[in-house]
Design a protein around this ligand. Structure first.
Ligand SMILES: [Zn+2]
Length: 135
C-alpha cells in the first residue's frame, strides 16, 4: 500500500470524497448564480448565497502547473510521482490539487488535457487525473 495522508471528511466535503464510488466528480455549485467553487463550503464565495450544493462536473480538466516529487518521504512511498494543479473545464477558475497517473513524469506538460479517475483509499475515493486518451 502506498503511503499517502488522507483527508478529514466533513459534511461539506463528503460528496467530493465519496463521489468516486459512482464515478462522479462532485464540485460545489451555487444554485442561484451557478458559480462552481472548491473546496466545498456552505456559502457561495461569489454571491454569499447558502443555496449551494454538489453537482456532477465533467471530470475534464487542464494541467495548470505541476511538480515531480522524487523524494520518498515515507518508506513505502512510490516515487517519482506528479503533483499537479488542474483547472476544471467546467470553470477554469476552479482548481484542484491532485496527482497525475497513467503518465510518465517527463511526458507531463502545462496545458495538457486530463480527465478524472478515482483511487479508493479507506472509505473515500481520491480524484486523480490522467491524460485524455482520445486526442
Ligand atoms: Zn452564488
Amino acid at each position: 500500500m502506498t503511503f499517502q495522508p488522507l483527508p478529514t471528511v466533513t459534511d461539506d466535503t463528503a460528496p467530493f470524497w465519496e463521489g468516486g464510488a459512482v464515478g462522479e466528480l462532485r464540485i460545489n455549485r451555487c444554485r442561484d448564480c451557478r458559480t462552481w467553487f472548491h473546496p466545498p463550503a456552505p456559502v457561495c464565495p461569489a454571491c454569499i448565497s447558502i443555496n449551494v450544493g454538489p453537482e456532477v462536473a465533467s471530470g475534464r480538466a487542464t494541467v495548470a502547473a505541476y511538480t515531480i516529487n522524487v523524494q520518498p518521504w515515507a518508506p513505502d512511498m512510490e516515487v517519482p510521482y506528479v503533483l499537479a494543479y488542474v483547472e476544471l473545464d467546467d470553470d477554469p477558475s476552479v482548481r484542484l490539487t491532485t496527482r497525475l497517473v497513467d503518465c510518465a513524469p517527463d511526458q507531463v506538460a502545462v496545458g495538457m488535457p486530463v480527465e478524472v479517475t478515482f483511487q479508493a483509499a479507506a472509505d473515500i475515493w481520491l480524484p486523480l487525473f490522467r491524460p485524455v486518451k482520445d486526442h
